[in-house]
Ligand binder design. Structure first.
Ligand SMILES: O=C([C@H](O)CO)[C@H](O)[C@H](O)COP(=O)(O)O
Length: 210
């Protein structure tokens, strides 16, 4: 299983400072939606220039104009961009078309999708590279939040998936056991006292589970 760091900081300088500490321990660098909204797509270009050998993931959360927004992300240097799974099929198909034209990946973010089983099948047919089973920051803040419903959807999925939603050292083993190909960790790394140590520990948990 690969490790993706989600950077939900608000400046390119802070993102680069964090990456200086953690890049060696992660496979995929995600530039979070708030970061892209604050800095624009220049943050994607700057991070890709600094880390050309890493996969750079632009968390666009595109809801409309799929082909256009995917084009913008890929032209800025992203290797992977996200479209919302709740968007119209035509939006997702447009993003996938741009992904194919650029030889890059489009990921469908399942945030807010209630009927996961049906949508997962449709997304596979639409040709996304993988789906992200995701509970966003607001959902995580609700009382009684559990990652289990994401893992259950993953166990039953017939498509490659990543998981995002408060992954930490306690939860990452269950994420891998559910069959995820990528674990996404945001706050567990960027908000840690020692981000390098946090990323290293998450990586070690993955290696321990094989
Ligand atoms: O995608 C995310 C969220 O919608 C804000 O942009 C997070 O990056 C994702 O949830 C991973 O972060 P953590 O949940 O803090 O691990």
């Amino acid at each position: 299983m690969k490790l993706q760091v989600a950077i939900d900081l608000l400046s390119t300088a802070d993102a680069l400072a964090l990456l200086h500490k953690v890049a060696d321990h992660v496979d995929i660098i995600e530039l979070g939606t708030p970061l892209i909204k604050q800095q624009g797509l220049s943050v994607v270009t700057n991070v890709k220039a600094a880390y050309p050998d890493k996969l750079v993931f632009a968390d666009m959360k595109t809801m409309d104009a799929g082909e256009l927004e995917a084009e913008l992300a890929f032209k800025a240097g992203a290797d992977i961009m996200t479209v919302l799974a709740s968007a119209a099929d035509s939006t997702i198909a447009g993003a996938v078309k741009a992904g194919k034209a650029h030889g890059k990946h489009v990921v469908a973010d399942m945030i807010g999708v209630a009927d996961k089983t049906t949508r997962l099948k449709e997304l596979k047919a639409l040709g996304v590279s993988w789906v992200e089973l995701h509970a966003g920051l607001d959902e995580q803040a609700q009382a009684g939040y559990s990652i289990e419903s994401l893992l259950e959807a993953g166990r039953n999925a017939d498509v490659a998936f990543s998981v995002a939603g408060g992954i930490n050292t306690e939860r990452i083993g269950a994420v891998e056991a559910a069959g995820a190909t990528i674990a996404v960790a945001g706050a567990a790394i960027y908000a840690a006292k020692d981000p390098a140590e946090a990323a290293k520990t998450l990586r070690a948990r993955i290696e321990k589970h094989g």
